[in-house]
Design a protein around this ligand. Structure first.
Ligand SMILES: [Zn+2]
Length: 455
């Protein structure tokens, strides 16, 4: 039963000085904590982790018996749309969706208008975030001015203004010189470059992956090698820039193919990489079934690709899972496969989809499933979150591993409804979410007011 009713009777924000989560099974790979324990929170931080029943008395007690207690999830690839795309999503609606999905930290991608391409624009976006975000939100700087794919931005200035990484997502760097320069600058500044892997010469006009499904449907498709060819270009650029075999300051966005996994396996030390829940669970056949709600870029691939990604995630070739949450309006997405924009929402389904297919099914060790959505993405950008540690921030997720729930997009906090999982029965129901020591979601219901996230 889905208890995510959003109408009436919502609880006000609970900001206790002390809070205890009792009786749950803790899953935290980063601190090697797995087993029954009580977590005691004081003034926004984890003040103690105790054997069940031993936690001190607290103002608020959340019962976690029979539940899993994990670090608040971290999503390093989210499109919040604001500024410029407020008809699709806002910082407020997107970060409320994050909390409902168990995420307490998100990284905002730079394809907004204006883009975070100058310090002034970054600071303006920071002000919007400070005024309206419901969870911790970091800014990824744009790689080119005005996302023009031509003129590299001042990475140092963007870093000083607060950007945690630089990305060319959706506005790919085109030349070897640009890539080389971007990597050299990032290496010098201690920044990570997040690359969108796509060779426009091979993908132009393609609505989906070249596959049995695309041929059957008669839909224009993208060449199967568009992703790996672009990765080869990045490898050339790095080898040209750097003599020694050193890991490049490079993170690969939404990796989707077996060929990419294979190349990464032999590029050591190599880049870090993320994949998305949909590439681990769906194939191009989903486009035949769900139409534009399964249209995204990179497009869904084959079963062999899906299997390779799962193997890569198990081996660490793929570092983490990120949603690529990409909300669009229902009108935009109902324009037909050819005209609908690329992208699906993911924040409110990611844990359920990943838990159902990887954790609940036993395809992956449960604590590794969670670390691939918390500690591992946090470590990529040196964020002090994604782990349950005494003295650390109290960003905590409690979820029911065995109770199923039905995805109902009408109940999403996101303004986007574009999901292929509408009506799906999933395990892994989010029950409580604590962010900065405050109870933001209780019994599956979002609090009525915004948590205070000031440091
Ligand atoms: Zn994206």
């Amino acid at each position: 039963m889905n208890q995510r009713a959003q109408h009436g009777g919502l609880p006000a924000m609970t900001s206790p000085h002390t809070l205890a989560l009792t009786g749950g099974r803790v899953l935290c790979d980063a601190t090697s904590l797995w087993g029954q324990a009580d977590i005691f929170v004081s003034d926004g931080h984890i003040a103690g982790i105790y054997p069940t029943g031993d936690a001190p008395d607290a103002e608020v007690v959340l019962d976690a018996a029979g539940r899993l207690v994990a670090p608040g999830l971290v999503d390093v690839h989210v499109h919040l749309r604001q500024p410029g795309g407020e008809h699709k999503e806002t910082i407020a609606s997107g970060t409320r969706a994050a909390l409902m999905g168990g995420f307490t930290t998100v990284l905002a991608m730079p394809n907004t208008t204006p883009a975070p391409d100058t310090p002034e624009h970054v600071r303006a976006i920071r002000d919007l975030i400070d005024a309206s975000a419901w969870c911790h939100t970091h800014i990824i700087g744009a790689a080119t001015l005005n996302n023009d794919c031509e003129t590299l931005t001042d990475f140092a200035a963007l870093k000083s203004a607060g950007c945690v990484a630089i990305s060319d997502d959706a506005f790919m760097l085109r030349t070897r010189e640009q890539r080389r320069e971007a990597l050299l600058r990032c290496a010098e500044l201690g920044l990570v470059f997040i690359a969108h892997l796509e060779d426009p010469a091979l993908s132009a006009g393609g609505l989906m992956h070249e596959s049995d499904a695309s041929r059957r449907m008669g839909v224009p498709s993208q060449h199967p090698e568009t992703e790996v060819r672009c990765l080869e270009a990045w490898r050339e650029a790095w080898r040209e820039a750097w003599d020694e075999p050193t890991a490049p300051p490079l993170h690969l966005a939404h990796v989707s193919t077996a060929a990419t996994c294979e190349l990464l396996r032999f590029w050591r030390p190599g880049p870090t990489a993320e994949t998305a829940p949909h590439y681990l669970t769906l194939t191009a056949e989903a486009v035949a079934e769900y139409g534009a709600d399964a249209k995204m870029n990179p497009p869904l691939k084959t079963d062999a690709d899906r299997e390779a990604l799962l193997t890569g995630l198990r081996d660490g070739i793929i570092t983490c899972i990120a949603t690529d949450h990409a909300p669009h309006t229902p009108a935009e997405k109902s324009a037909g496969l050819a005209d609908a924009p690329f992208g699906i929402v993911g924040l409110e389904t990611a844990l359920g989809v990943v838990w159902t297919h990887l954790g609940h099914s036993g395809a992956m060790v449960d604590r590794r499933v969670i670390s691939s959505m918390s500690a591992r993405p946090a470590a990529l950008f040196d964020l002090n979150v994604g782990r349950l540690a005494v003295g650390g921030p109290a960003d905590i997720l409690v979820f029911d591993p065995d109770e199923s729930w039905t995805v109902d997009p009408d109940r999403f906090q996101s303004m986007g409804r574009n999901t292929p999982w509408s009506g799906a029965e999933l395990y892994g129901r989010v029950e409580h979410v604590v962010v900065a020591g405050q109870v933001a979601v209780r019994d599956g219901i979002l609090t009525t007011d915004r948590p205070s996230l000031s440091p």
